[in-house]
Write a protein that binds this ligand. Sequence first.
Ligand code: EPU
Length: 418
Amino acid sequence: METIIVKKSGALNGHLKVNGSKNSILPILAASLLTKDKCILHEIPKLEDVNVMCNLLSKLGAKINRLDDNSLEIHAENITNYEAPYDLISKMRASFLVMGSLLSRVNKARVSMPGGCAIGTRPIDLHLKGFKNLNININSNRGYIQAETEGITGNHVYLDFPSVGATENLMMAACRAKGKTVIENCAEEPEIVDLANFINSMGAKIEGAGTKTITVTGVEELHGTEYTIIPDRIEAGTYMVAAVLTGGELHIDNVIPAHVQPVIAKLREVGAEIIENDSSVVVRSKGIINSTDIKTLPYPGFPTDMQAQFMLLLSLANGTSIINETIFENRFMHANEFLRMGANIKIEGNTAVVNGLNGLTGAKVRATDLRAGAALVLAGLVAEGETEISEVHHIKRGYADIVEKLQTVGADISYSMQ
Ligand code: EPU
């Protein structure tokens, strides 16, 4: 079993570079099925989730070549299979995103239902309701969604909640539809804008990405393209928290400061100094951590993917903080692991009351999901003694070279095999 061992490390100082965004590359890989031509993608992060999506695309008939360390070429000249099987979907929910592009390309798709996951039940009702509005017939049978259409037709779609995945699937389904699709109350995340820019670079007509209403005017064909993925705002945010937590100063490169505004605002509230440059941020601790309250919300609100890291930070703040998780119903599992390290956190429903303490102690803990795992790595940096984190595979889904990166800025951290 592989674990990560972290020892109390003192202040982290130096430079770190953020990778391309996980939550951009996954839908963009799915969207590369939309054309028969080659697509070349740059700033591909080395992540387990990227490997899973590439495996799925290969199963559907795409040819994938790694051009160099950071770039991939995807060529979906022929779609030879339209089924996304359970073993791949159950590994990674985002595999469900091939549904929109398969429907657009071959008018049918058979995709396993993703089911629940550690952070909540995560239904797909909004994706399916949207597809039905676009003249797509949906049936579910033995754990699979079978979707078929005689031709996708543009329509109005209103999302009851601004779901990231539903917005992405619908943009992909609509881009070669007959007529115009208007997606209202859609997600506004930077990854939605990145996907729209990618598909537009293939010749699509998507307008309004990054606002509450997206309009997609269907075009006949899409062509190949070359595209660079945006930086990962959650990886950036995680290292920003690491600087404040450890009382250090990190210069974090390959960041779009506009994408991390909620994190910057909260870090300033807790007492850190942040300098925003064009494509980097400097995060400098002033030696204090003030308490603050946090409510997770769809973008541009505070990201649920940064909630675990902030719960940790606020566990060491002066005073009491309230965290309200409104996106996922079961995203407090990391609290139990922090409790094992001595934190004082009380959970009631979707609210956590975090009483700040002077310190934590190292313990054996478990990465219950990706962001929880990253937060536990950070916890180990400040806890007395040694912290051993198991279920490292969760962390590798979303943080490329986290151990190596933290070592370069002064962390005492390593992998261990037992
Ligand atoms: N929801 C529904 N019905 C649907 C779709 C979503 O009820 O049809 C609910 C979900 O159950 C959840 C909420 O709406 O409670 C938000 O779900 P959303 O669809 O917005 O999230 P997602 O597309 O499944 C993406 C990211 C997540 C991130 C969320 C929210 C990817 C691959 N995943 O998930 O990232 O937390 O948006 O920002 O883009 C992570 O990176 O650690 C991660 C979990």
